[in-house]
Design a protein around this ligand. Structure first.
Ligand code: SF4
Length: 95
């Protein structure tokens, strides 16, 4: 699909967690907020970086199976805290 922009809204996120069951790319931090684990970044460093942010925004190109996973994770979120956009066109793909 090309590059995706994944936005996790940490205000909306209620830390319920089904997103993290769908993919190993998302884990909950100590505030029970979902964090997208950016490849190549140290997890603890990343948790610290996003801790005070309202949103975590990641632009990433993923293999198709991982792309499907992130959509499943977004769909699993009961409060729609995970937004997915086409990074090139800005089109909102989910929700
Ligand atoms: S499923 Fe939604 S509310 Fe629950 S941790 Fe994931 S993003 Fe947050």
């Amino acid at each position: 699909m090309g590059k995706l922009k994944v936005v996790i809204d940490r205000i909306i996120c209620e830390g319920i967690g089904p997103c993290a069951e769908e993919t190993d790319m998302i884990e909950l931090d100590k505030k029970h907020k979902a964090v997208f684990l950016e490849p190549g970044k140290d997890k603890q460093q990343l948790f610290k970086e996003v801790e005070e942010k309202k949103k975590q925004v990641v632009e990433i190109e993923l293999p198709i199976d991982k792309e499907e996973e992130i959509f499943r994770a977004a769909e699993a979120c009961p409060v729609d805290a995970i937004f997915i956009y086409d990074a090139e066109t800005g089109e909102q793909l989910y929700p």
